[in-house]
Design a protein around this ligand. Structure first.
Ligand code: PEP
Ligand code: MG
Length: 755
């Protein structure tokens, strides 16, 4: 065996080069046998019933699909032991189990290592050889290390792999836009600029003219697509098209293309070089949102390339074929651009599935704004063909290609039920949220994008309980100007006229980094220069933001300024002084501004005990349960490795939230909860029992929370809170809460309301 690290890297890389899961598992077993010089390498995965299915093998001959019963044989033994089993002669082991139809009697040595994910064994990797000789210590260590990498791949494999059936291929990706839909695949087999081989040729005399014509043509196409979508979607979508157009007509793009053509590249190659340059710039950015923008750069490049080829061949090559008949289209492709979506009638578009992309892709944002289920990052999705039936579950992040009749029926009934349920729920849109006992709860929406505003209004939100202003800051290329901020804030305040809008000042730092103002050199960013700490030290930014908010609120009385990450009174005092200065300046400038309400986020645990001391400086408080849980539990809310330890119904969080609620009640301060706790049914019951009457959440969650409140009696909620006070773990609290919801049918439409 060669050097272990080189071999490991090589094998992991080989696997990442193949795109379908079936090929990936085959590459794994072939490469391992070659590397270890073993006769056999096999990969088994545990099914729901505990049996082990052979996913792939190098060297074993099996006449039929192999499935080993739970706990049986040496493979079952590895699962039980949860560590490596390395034997010179497996045939002599008491647990040896002969699998019918598999010719393995000639293989004596056996080494099995468990594949573990999230603390549970999910499969077994086995190597066998004819010679009765166990693996050397070095080889066994190599196999164990490799198994840790392989487990990451196996956990994402489609569940149907290994079972010889063409139907029900289930693939997992990233949930990007919620909802379930079913339809027929439209594959976007677009020409891909990234695949183009660079070509050089003598500079053609009209190449610059052709480039200009191409720019104008694509510019006009974008204009037309923007018009189609513009009326349907919010100005957020229009902004995406503006961004495409800005890049399209960016002189630097043109210069790069022309220079490459002068250097001897033909037009498509020159285009590829220029697009590659821009995409790399974005890809190097640390901020997730901006990094995701490299997809947009490639979308634009592909659009230009396709238009160029179509023109030169006098034939359309854009693969989306508008089909007048189909009204259930699921767009599927390596990447899908906003323009692709614009080419399909919105009434016909049922879902989006991409091999690439992230939750923050513009395609995801668009899907959310249009209310269409979407899943991104689905490896293996391109195994689907045009016209294949497909199910998209945007909430779970899964797709099922060619569902069998029973599976399709099952999902159809889920879709029908959800549709009926949503339409029933929408009837409550304008009715207030009142518990059975008559307690009135104010339900508001969390936002940060104009795209979120319309859905909030549609579900009857009674205000914006949290407007995260950092989102427009993250989407901008520089600090947004006072005018740009004022214009955005004014739109939000106006759309919610007469209803409160809690506008939070810039909350960057920690995991939210501005690419044009990076906060570097912090070992513990979550405990560093965040929220109000950053704003007070950059008073010029805070001044601009507060001036923009006050200007935007002229003529309205709904602005509530919310301060993030406050931990000490002097921050509050300093903040109020700056607000006062901004207010006085604007009055002096002759503007009719009014003094807003001022409140703090209770998200640093220290804030809880300080509420009484801050009373005089405040008009309200808002519990940010996301950060409060993170800091109380010392669990990074963005770290997937510790995600299972992060739960806002942890008894310590419940205890501290109640302490904050009591302190606010005593200080006579209105209190809202705007973290995820406000939309989780179990915690909603507890919050109501504590006396919380204002909740703010994402608009998609609001109707169901309203339903729960309508079905809940104050007594039931209080009894639950009493029980919880003597419980010592989140799991027990959660299961008790869910049991109560089921037992009292708190998530069901009231009898009288159903037909
Ligand atoms: C919170 O911390 O609960 C909160 C609502 O703020 P954010 O999620 O933006 O940090
Ligand atoms: Mg927070």
């Amino acid at each position: 065996m060669k050097d272990a690290i080189t071999e490991l890297t090589r094998i992991v890389q080989e696997v990442s080069l193949v795109s379908t899961p079936v090929d990936q598992v085959k590459v794994i077993v072939d490469q391992i046998s070659e590397s270890l010089g073993s006769d056999v390498c096999s990969l088994y995965r545990i099914e729901a019933d505990g049996s082990l299915v052979l996913l792939a093998t190098h060297g074993l001959e099996a006449n039929r699909p192999v499935q080993i019963p739970a706990g049986k044989g040496l493979v079952g033994q590895v699962v039980k032991l949860r560590h490596i089993l390395n034997l010179a002669n497996g045939l002599r082991h008491p647990e040896y189990f002969h699998v019918k139809d598999v010719l393995e009697e000639s293989f004596k040595s056996f080494c099995g290592v468990p594949l573990v994910s999230n603390g549970a064994v999910i499969g077994v990797l086995v190597v066998q050889s004819r010679r009765a000789k166990a693996l050397s210590e070095k080889q066994a260590a190599f196999l164990s290390t490799l198994a840790a990498h392989i487990a990451l791949i196996v956990q994402h494999l489609p569940s149907a792999l290994g079972v010889k059936s063409a139907a029900d291929v289930r693939l997992l990706g990233v949930p990007a836009s919620p909802g379930i839909s079913m339809g027929q695949v439209r594959v976007c087999q677009k020409l891909n600029l990234a695949d183009l081989k660079l070509r050089q040729r003598a500079l053609e005399p009209d190449s610059e003219k052709r480039w200009q014509a191409l720019l104008n043509r694509v510019g006009a196409e974008l204009e037309a697509e923007q018009k189609t979508l513009g009326e349907l979607a919010s100005s957020e979508i229009a902004n995406m098209f503006d961004a495409y157009k800005m890049l399209l007509f960016d002189p630097i793009l043109g210069e790069r293309v022309k220079t490459a053509m002068v250097e001897g590249y033909d037009l498509p190659s020159a285009l590829k070089l220029a697009i590659q340059h821009f995409a790399e710039l974005f890809q190097k950015m640390d901020d997730d949102y901006l990094r995701a923008r490299h997809e947009d750069v490639w979308h634009l490049g592909n659009k230009l390339y396709q238009s160029y080829v179509a023109q030169s061949q006098q034939a359309g090559t854009v693969a989306i074929r508008p089909d007048a008949e189909a009204d259930d289209i699921i767009l599927l492709g390596r990447d899908i651009s906003v323009s692709d979506v614009a080419n399909i009638s919105p009434c016909a578009l049922r879902g989006i599935v991409c091999v690439e992309g992230s939750r923050l892709s513009h395609t995801s944002i668009l899907a959310n704004a249009l209310g269409i289920p979407a899943v991104m990052g689905v490896q293996g999705a391109l195994s689907a063909d045009d016209g294949d039936h497909i199910i998209v579950d945007g909430g779970e992040g899964s797709v099922i290609i060619k569902p069998s009749a029973p599976v399709a029926r099952e999902y159809q009934s889920l879709i029908d039920k959800a549709r009926m349920f949503e339409s029933e729920l929408s009837r409550f849109k304008d009715s207030p949220a009142v518990t059975r006992s008559g307690t009135r709860i104010q339900l508001m929406t969390n936002s940060g994008l104009l795209a979120d505003i319309t859905p909030g209004l549609k579900v009857g939100a009674e205000g914006v309980g949290l407007f995260r202003t950092e989102i427009p800051f993250l989407m901008s290329e520089t600090f947004p100007s006072e005018e740009a901020q004022a214009s955005l804030y004014a739109k939000v305040l106006k759309r919610f006229e007469g209803k409160p809008v809690y506008m939070r000042t810039l909350d960057i730092g920690g995991d939210k980094q501005l690419p044009y103002f990076r906060i570097a050199g912090e070992d513990n960013p979550a405990l560093g220069w965040r929220g109000i700490r950053f704003s007070l030290d950059n008073v010029q930014l805070l001044m601009t933001q507060l001036r923009a908010m006050l200007k935007a609120a002229q003529g309205q009385d709904n602005l509530h300024v919310l301060i993030p990450m406050v931990s000490a009174k002097d921050e509050l005092v300093q903040f109020r002084q700056i607000l006062h200065d901004a207010y006085s300046q604007l009055l002096e400038e002759g503007l009719a501004v009014s003094w807003p309400k001022v409140g703090v986020m209770i998200e640093v645990p220290a804030a809880i005990s300080q509420i009484p001391f801050w009373r005089e400086e405040l008009d309200f408080v808002s519990i940010g349960s996301n950060d409060l849980s993170q800091y109380l539990l010392a669990v990074d809310r963005t770290n997937a490795r510790v995600a299972k330890r992060y739960d806002h119904v942890h008894p310590a969080v419940i205890h501290e939230v109640e302490r904050a609620v009591i302190a606010a009640q005593k200080a006579n301060l209105p209190l809202c909860v705007c973290g995820e706790m406000a939309s989780d049914p179990v915690s909603v019951m507890l919050l109501l029992a504590m006396g919380v009457t204002k909740l703010s959440m994402s608009s998609s969650r609001l109707p169901r929370v309203k339903l729960l409140i309508t079905n809940l009696s104050d007594e039931l909620a209080k009894d639950f809170l009493d029980e919880v006070r003597s419980m010592d773990n989140a799991l027990a609290i959660r299961s008790r809460g869910l049991a109560l919801i089921a037992q009292h049918q708190l998530d069901q439409l009231p009898e009288a309301e159903t037909k």
